[in-house]
Write a protein that binds this ligand. Sequence first.
Ligand SMILES: [Zn+2]
Length: 340
Amino acid sequence: MSESQVPLVHAIETTGDNRMPRTYRQHSERHCQEELDATREAYSLLGGKGAERRMTAFDTCRCRAWFVRHVETGDLRVAAKSCKLRWCPLCAKKRSWFLVEQIKPWAEGVSRLKFLTLTLKHSNAPLRDQINNLYTYFQKYRKLRFLRDRIRGGIWFFQIKKSEESGQWHPHLHCLIDSEFMDREKLSQLWQRTTLGSMVIDIREAKSVGKVAEYVGRYSARPSILAELDIDDRVELIGALHGRRLVGMWGNARAIVLKMEKPADADQWRYIGSWSTVHGLQNDDDNAKKILFAWKTGKPLDAGISMLHVEKYIYNLLEFTPKEPPENRQLLLDFKELLF
Ligand SMILES: [Zn+2]
């Protein structure tokens, strides 16, 4: 199974809208349509190796989805095939939720959290060079004795904008750090010396874990809002950041796991029916209604409630068994699309 095919189990999402969208993708994209369109346009112009596969993955992200139930708690979730492309707004949202959860224990365990922002002065240098410089300066800066002695560890997030006034790129780093008090003036002087001229920094106290979660959620999702950029800038940015790390840790934050892996309780979740079956029968089948109710309200679902009574029938029609490999499951899903 390739990385882009690894199913992700998503947290329960409730919705005030009573209608169930036809696909989980339609449900997921409601709040980011503009960003999806901007990203799609940029990806479609990127070309290169794997361009076609990339577009297919992007366009089908979260189209195939199914409900799973926790065998002990009865909790319900939706699992879906995700594209995992860096700029996919749907995947980015999930990734940032994941990062918030990963970073929380560290943030709760340290006593003096601060937000540190480091910016570069605007320049007309090629974007790649500006990003290279920012990363190099940051490494040097962190190694300065003044900072080494006061910062116990941190997490950095790369962000970039385009200045409306000058039309120049504005790459910067947002860092969450565990540190002693550090004088802003001194930090600014050292940054200016390291970068040979950039002096704009900001440091402030992280007042609560809630603020930290908000900060991580905002900066960890994606390095820029593509819908705010014109198409040439979008393509340039995606190219310049290709293969580059956008988030990292050091010191006592180094142990935080940033890679999304299978959750430890993955084997406790059981398939109970596809999104399309529940959607197709939401007004006609009691089990579909119960699944939908549990999903919308976040309430546990009783054991034994599933759509297998319908899907087994379809399996029989297609002469499959539920243990058939994924290719056949896709056929089954296609078949159900015809049915409903
Ligand atoms: Zn995606």
